[in-house]
Design a protein around this ligand. Structure first.
Ligand SMILES: Nc1nc2c(ncn2[C@@H]2O[C@H](COP(=O)(O)OP(=O)(O)OP(=O)(O)O)[C@@H](O)[C@H]2O)c(=O)[nH]1
Length: 362
């Protein structure tokens, strides 16, 4: 095995086994090792942008005592080095043994190379899936060098290895980005699926999930749990009198009022149906739930939403049915959920029968 074959085999194993930031370190090692091997004074990688109108120096190795240029070689425009951009895109290589012999239409390139005191340059395109991503190159500064076919072949093998690595990393980060975007979209969809479109409070589906969660918590912490079902009184008459849009506004106002009042992380407000809301409360005693129901009732009165067609008041009112489930060791989630809804609903029915604008507990 030749010295170059050994070098190539060692470097490719390193690159194949590298991941993420480790890959960048490996690429740096590759250009350093190749620079040393071919007695270059500088070895580097440039990457093109998507439409190959600019290029930036992304990796640079320089022999000790030679100046670095990576910082001033960022975002170089095609029009600044047109001959070089064109040659790279057509030939996928730029072989220049003597900078001073560059043709006249490469005067910009000659000036740039002379600015960097370069005598000879060899650049080979980084090509993956038929597309040029950039190039790997090396400069001779101390003395001019006639590049041999072997030099070109060796650097082409290095370029091939780096191109595949860059392509792999880009695919990997594109995949990660897609994964992140999917997760975000998924989160947003879940959120939308759990929220009532009109009022912005949770919907019935979210309530079901939350009830299961709070019942388990109540069981663990041996606390009680209560359900309040709240229904706007004579809401059909309100809609008929003021119109459906005004009805929507009233529903939004009621839900805002509830969201303002019910703020503890263990409590939960949801729109249960048309003009019906559910409030799940983690409470130690039935009297705590009753107190909350009274406060909600007062707050809704205080909004003073004019309701001339109400049978029980001249402002918008609600009827509330409540049920309190005491702490229990052997509470069962589905049964307890059903009980909370069923008993609160029965109590609500009684509140309506009792003339509306009142609270009844099961
Ligand atoms: N504006 C509006 N109205 C709704 C919405 N959802 C349900 N409603 C209305 O709420 C009214 C409910 O009427 P009913 O079930 O007869 O109850 P009610 O008139 O409130 O009478 P009680 O509950 O017995 O006091 C109906 O007119 C529904 O159209 C909504 O999203 N927007």
């Amino acid at each position: 095995m030749s010295a170059f074959d050994q070098l190539l085999s060692r470097l490719s194993t390193r690159l194949i086994n590298s991941q993420g930031s480790e890959t960048s370190e490996c690429v740096s090692e590759v250009i350093a090792a190749y620079g040393e091997y071919c007695h270059a004074d500088r070895c580097y990688i440039f990457e093109f942008n998507e439409d190959i109108s600019t290029m930036s120096n992304t990796f640079e190795w320089v022999r000790e005592g030679f100046s670095r240029h990576i910082d001033d070689l960022q975002n170089i425009q095609e029009q600044d080095l047109p001959y070089f951009f064109k040659t790279m895109q057509i030939d996928f290589r730029f072989v220049c043994p003597d900078v001073s012999q560059l043709p006249d239409d490469a005067s910009a390139e000659r000036e740039e190379f002379e600015r960097e005191h370069i005598k000879s340059v060899l650049c080979i395109g980084l090509v993956a899936k038929g597309r040029i991503l950039g190039f790997v190159g090396c400069d001779k500064v101390r003395q001019q060098h006639d590049w041999t076919e072997e030099d070109v072949q060796h650097l082409s093998l290095i370029a091939n290895m780096i191109a595949n690595t860059i392509e792999r990393e880009r695919t990997h980060s594109a995949l990660l980005e897609t994964k992140r975007a999917l997760e975000l979209a998924n989160q947003q969809l879940t959120q939308q699926a759990n929220i009532d479109g009109l009022t912005g409070v949770a919907n019935r589906r979210a309530l079901d999930e939350r009830m299961a969660l709070e019942i388990r918590r109540a069981k663990r912490q041996k606390t009680g749990i209560a359900m309040l079902l709240l229904d706007i009184d004579d809401f059909k008459a309100y809609n008929d009198h003021f119109g459906h849009l005004a009805g929507d506004d009233a529903l939004k106002a009621v839900s805002e009022c509830l969201a303002q009042r019910v703020k503890r992380s263990t409590d939960f407000v949801a729109r249960y149906g048309g003009e019906e809301f559910a409030i799940l409360l983690s409470v130690a005693h039935a009297s705590d739930a009753l107190k909350m129901a009274n406060e909600i009732n007062d707050n809704i009165h205080q909004m003073a939403i004019h309701h001339p067609k109400s049978q029980c008041s001249n402002v918008l009112t609600v009827s509330i049915g409540g049920y309190y489930e005491p702490p229990s060791f052997d509470i069962e989630v589905v049964e307890a959920s059903n009980r909370l809804i069923k008993h609160a609903d029965t109590a609500l029915y009684r509140a309506k029968l009792a003339g509306r604008n009142c609270i009844r507990f099961f």
